[in-house]
Every structure is written in C-alpha cells, then in structure tokens.
Design a protein around this ligand. Structure first.
Ligand SMILES: [Mg+2]
Length: 124
C-alpha cells in the first residue's frame, strides 16, 4: 500500500484507516508505547512538523500549490498527524464519525448560518 490509486477519500471508510494503523502498531509490538499521553504528545509533535513547513514563508495557497516538493512534505506530515490521531482514537476506543457528527452539530448551533453568513469569524 504505497500511493496506491485504488484508495482515495471518496471510497475509503474510516474503519480502513483505523484497522491499518492498528495492524501497523500490533505487528511491531508497539501497543505498550501507545498510551493516550504518548499519542497526544506525538500528535502535537507531528502538528508542529507540519507547522514548521510554513514558518517564515509566504502564506499564499496558490504559491503553495505550485511548490511540488512542499506539497510532498505536507502530505507526509498530514499523514503523520492522521496516523497518530487514529492511533489515539484506537487506544481510547472512540468512534470518530460519532464524535465528528456531535461536534459539527454543536458548531452549527454555536455559529448559526443566519448570524455568520456575512463572513464574521468570531462571536463576541
Ligand atoms: Mg512527521
């Protein structure tokens, strides 16, 4: 499974990712290291690695999209973030879809379209 085009966001369920990460961890006998604390710290580090790619650089999406080496680095770090998030989810037995749906509903209530469709981002 390396850049295989039979997988993409439109057809790949969350359960596939969760199982792949679980197998990766089990096959290396790393479960003992995958405590919630360790995984959250690893996740933070990977987010920082992603953030570092943008440090002191122009923040223009059109220019980013033209920079193929940068896109490749972004892909790697986004995948690292996702992998550690999935491993955290596996460790605590969370259902990501349920968490997503519940939180999105809370966000819809907090930021109703009627009040925020004018582009205001923050609510006083
Ligand atoms: Mg990384």
């Amino acid at each position: 499974m390396n850049g295989n085009s039979k997988y993409n966001d439109l057809i790949t369920p969350i359960s596939f990712f969760k199982e792949e990460v679980k197998k990766f961890v089990i096959n290396r006998n790393w479960i003992k290291y995958h405590t919630p604390k360790n995984l959250i710290q690893a996740l933070q580090i990977e987010v920082s690695e992603l953030s570092e790619l943008f440090l002191f650089k122009e923040d223009n999406v059109d220019n980013i999209l033209k920079d193929e080496p940068l896109i490749s680095l972004i892909e790697d770090e986004v995948a690292d973030v996702f992998i550690y998030l999935l491993s955290f989810i596996n460790t605590i037995g969370l259902d990501l879809t349920q968490a997503f749906i519940k939180k999105l509903e809370k966000n819809k209530s907090k930021y109703p379209i009627k009040e925020f469709s004018n582009g205001i981002y923050y609510k006083k």
